[in-house]
Design a protein around this ligand. Structure first.
Ligand code: FES
Length: 81
């Protein structure tokens, strides 16, 4: 099981958390095993100036944007480097 938490604290919200959640929902729907990936929102992760912040399992990923989320998803979740 892989857990993805997208920060929806005010700093990250202003930088587009919800666009990232939308994109992740579409990416999840296109995977073969969506039931093995949990997508949730989180509160502030403490690095607001580097948002949007996404936590994948125990790894905090900063500066996530709608432009790089697909590559991050493929590398970190699908393990396609
Ligand atoms: S609001 Fe996202 S890290 Fe603080």
């Amino acid at each position: 099981m892989t857990s993805i938490y997208v920060c929806i604290g005010s700093g990250c919200h202003l930088k587009g958390s919800y666009q990232i959640i939308d994109k992740l929902k579409k990416l999840l729907a296109s995977t073969e095993t969506p039931g093995e990936i949990k997508l949730a929102a989180s509160f502030c992760q403490g690095c607001c100036t580097e948002g949007v912040v996404v936590k994948i399992n125990d790894e905090l990923i900063k500066n996530v944007s709608p432009d790089n989320i697909t590559a991050i998803f493929e590398e970190k979740v699908l393990k396609r480097a």
